[in-house]
Design a binder for this molecule. Structure first.
Ligand code: UT7
Length: 325
């Protein structure tokens, strides 16, 4: 059976490190509050790099590690809620910069579940034989849509990108998945709102701008635990795989406490849940591929291992995949 297998991973982050102590100089917060409530100690914040630069850096590393030529790439999908432009897409900017002249390129928006949605789309094209391979990336500069005066959100997020090269394979690959959307909860996490201002709208300018990130943290917290637990159970049941057979779970890196509760509810050893939010904070669609890349670079997963990738976020959305490495 043809499956979609992850052949190489990569990541790219801005150089500038902003610690919790740095944040306590601009908002009323402390290292103690942030690290105890979230597990985050520092994050990378752009000193000028826009999202395309991080996506391009990731794609370059991914194709070098996969040892393929840019012309051989069939499909580029970038997930992001912070693209440089409305158009061109980040995927087209990656295509141009790296000379992936034969690829089809487009972006997807599913907030912190974005990489899962992008990987799922690539999987369908590959499994059905439309394309042989894809570069799939999650990339964000959340720092440009964070309200730096709001301590309840600005301490949580960071900038970065991560990604993977996937191709058709008869061994390993994506075994089962669950994607989900619950639009009725769309107001609990929003960003980037633009008003309908125009020369023929009498109410132009008369609106409450909701450009910056707004989040009902407690509601998102509860949603995340419920959906990650349910979808992990569902995906394992679909594939008839036991929890004990999972080498690692790579969850969205929003909050260490969410991950600890999920591990407890799934009755899994929390050492199996990979965490790196300590150094990067919540990087939305980049968080799962950045964590996967780190796990891979450290040699912690071997071919044949079964892993779970799971993301949740704005929309509200969620996506969980069982992958044989
Ligand atoms: O990627 C998208 C997904 N996002 C998430 O998964 C986020 C999910 N939510 C969370 O991770 C948590 O709800 C937060 C980390 C956002 C907040 O943690 P919490 O334990 O739910 O705190 P809280 O909102 O209940 O706030 C507790 C207190 C409040 O003060 P009072 O009302 O008790 O006096 C806040 O004003 O902590 C205060 N607070 C802060 N204090 C110092 C909120 N933010 C800060 C801060 N520094 N940065």
């Amino acid at each position: 059976m043809i499956r979609t297998r992850i052949m190489a991973t990569g990541a790219c982050v801005p150089e500038q490190i902003i610690t919790n102590d740095d944040l306590s100089k601009i908002v009323d917060t402390s290292d103690e509050w942030i690290s105890q409530r979230t597990g985050i100690r520092e994050r990378r914040i752009s000193a000028g790099e826009n999202t395309s630069a991080l996506a391009i850096g990731t794609a370059k590393q991914v194709i070098e590690r996969a040892e393929i030529s840019p012309e051989d790439v069939d499909l580029i999908i970038v997930a992001s809620v912070t693209p440089d432009y409305g158009t061109p897409s980040l995927a087209c900017m990656v295509q141009k910069e790296l000379g992936m002249v034969n690829a089809v390129a487009f972006d997807v928006v599913a907030a912190c579940s974005g990489f899962m949605f992008a990987l799922s789309i690539a999987d369908k094209y590959i499994k059905t034989g439309v394309y042989r391979n894809a570069v799939v990336i999650g990339a964000e500069t959340l720092s440009k849509i964070v309200n730096w005066e709001d301590r309840t959100t600005c301490v949580l997020f960071g900038d970065g990108a991560g990604g993977a090269y996937v191709e058709a394979s008869e061994e390993g690959g994506i075994i089962a998945e669950e994607l989900g959307s619950k639009g009725e909860l769309c107001d609990i996490l929003t960003e980037g709102h633009t008003a309908c201002d125009n020369a023929f709208n009498d109410e132009s300018g008369d609106h409450d701008p909701k450009y910056y990130i707004y989040m009902d943290g407690r509601a998102v917290f509860k949603f995340a635990i419920k959906k990650v637990v349910e979808s992990t159970r569902n995906v394992l049941a679909k594939a008839d795989v036991d929890m004990e057979d999972i080498a690692y779970v790579i969850p969205h890196q929003a909050n260490a406490r969410i991950i600890d509760v999920v591990a407890h509810k799934l009755k899994m050893d929390d050492s199996k849940f990979y965490k790196n939010m300590e150094h990067y904070g919540n990087t939305s669609s980049a968080s799962v591929p950045m964590a996967l890349n780190e796990l891979n670079e450290k040699g912690l997963i071997q071919r044949g291992d079964k892993i779970i990738l799971t993301g949740f976020g704005g929309g509200m959305t969620w996506g969980t995949m069982l992958v044989e490495w």
